[in-house]
Design a protein around this ligand. Structure first.
Ligand code: PLP
Length: 382
């Protein structure tokens, strides 16, 4: 059996007629950028999330960039975030000229540890960017109260968490702004690049919507220099068609996670934990193994594709060497980085495929004595 890490084709086969009709409609209209297809999606997504405004942009990276810019964050400012994320989170911070300041993660949720965020705040801190990583919400209540106490903004990176809930509220609507990516393999993906900023703040929505389109609301009237970070009509139409299925696709992901959990309970790997406050949407199903690289090799030999999210934490990336972070600065993140492996996960994955992956992992541990993962060394030099 071959198990791909992700396969988007079944989703597009199921929606093929609807997507082809949308493409034909857009070709005929010859209106390819923003316009009514995009506005229809923005309204539907705002309704789905339960927030007042959704402003579509050209990617998740653009959403983070323009949300920070729209909130007035810039040179001299610090933004506290997690080193355990995709680099786009911090690229948005550096793109506006601010400085990323990292705080370590909680070893169970893999999201920002609120106590460490509090400790990282200085006079220059202007925002916190929690990442709802793998589809698991960050612990928002303590982060929001820290932000409130210091009078700073919260910009949620919800690029992996469409439909995830924190205490029954959709993530992306809890802070000042929520940023989504519609990269094809995300829980809600388009057929190209796409992203959006969700907010309840009318002034921010207005600023982001102008920033994405050359600082203008009307053609050739530019209030400030902006960018070209607009969404294409085709992506708006694809997203409107797919949004109707997001909840059922997330339910399928949750059912796959439940089956993995049953099958892997005794298999010698650390499983994801859905936090008590969370409705996890399993963008990724990430386990930890003391012998991660050997396990990956074993799974590859069984025809199973796996991923690493992410192999090098952001604070140790060459791109951010100038920030001056070193190894052992964030021991929880660094330990997690060494042990994680992402197993195949997509809504159309069959339960037979899940069972096959579980059998391969059991087989790996039959061949080797199980060593425990020590996920969070507490002292340097231990
Ligand atoms: C995908 C992703 C982004 C960036 O989204 P793009 O649409 O690829 O620009 C940002 N943050 C996280 C956590 C992501 O997973």
């Amino acid at each position: 059996m071959n198990v791909p890490f992700v396969d988007l084709r079944p989703q597009h086969r199921a929606l093929g007629d609807e997507l082809r009709a949308a493409f034909a409609r857009i070709l005929e209209s010859a209106s390819f950028i923003l316009g009514s297809e995009v506005e229809r999606f923005e309204e539907a997504f705002a309704r789905y999330l339960g927030c007042r405004y959704v402003v579509s942009v050209s990617s998740g990276t653009a959403a983070l960039h323009l949300a920070l810019l729209g909130l007035g964050i810039g040179p001299g400012d610090e933004v506290v975030t997690t080193p355990h994320t995709f680099i786009a989170t911090t690229e948005a911070i550096t793109a506006v000229g601010a400085r990323p300041v990292f705080a370590d993660i909680d070893p169970v949720s893999y999201t920002l540890d609120p106590g460490r965020v509090e400790a990282a705040i200085t006079r220059n801190t202007k925002a916190i960017v929690p990442v709802h990583l793998y589809g698991q919400p960050a612990d928002m209540d303590p982060l929001l109260s820290t932000a409130k106490r210091h009078g700073i903004a919260v910009v949620e990176d919800a690029c992996q968490a469409h439909g995830a809930e924190y205490r029954s509220r959709k993530v992306g609507t809890l802070g000042d702004a929520g940023c989504f990516s519609f990269f094809p393999s995300k829980n809600l993906g388009c057929c190209g690049e796409g992203g959006a900023v969700a907010t309840n703040n009318a002034a921010l929505a207005e600023r982001v919507s102008m920033l994405r389109a050359h600082g203008s609301r009307r053609k050739y009237e530019h209030r400030f220099p902006g960018f070209n970070l607009r969404m294409e009509a085709l992506q708006g139409a694809v997203l409107s068609a797919k949004l109707k299925h997001l909840d059922s696709w997330n339910e399928l992901r949750r059912a796959i996670a439940t089956r993995y959990k049953l099958r892997l309970a005794e298999a010698g790997v650390v499983l994801p934990t859905e936090m008590p406050y969370a409705r996890h949407v399993y963008h990724l199903y990430v386990v930890q193994s003391p012998e991660r690289d050997a396990l990956r090799g074993h799974l590859a030999a069984w025809g199973i594709e796996t991923g690493l999210h992410y192999p090098v934490p952001v604070h140790l990336q060459e791109a951010y060497r100038h920030l001056g972070y070193r190894e052992e600065d964030f021991p929880v993140t660094e330990s997690v980085t060494r042990h994680i492996v992402s197993l195949p996960m997509f809504s159309e994955m069959t339960h037979e495929a899940v069972d096959y992956v579980a059998s391969a992992i059991e087989d790996f541990h039959r061949l080797r004595p199980i060593r425990a993962v020590r996920p969070h060394p507490t002292a340097v030099g231990q």
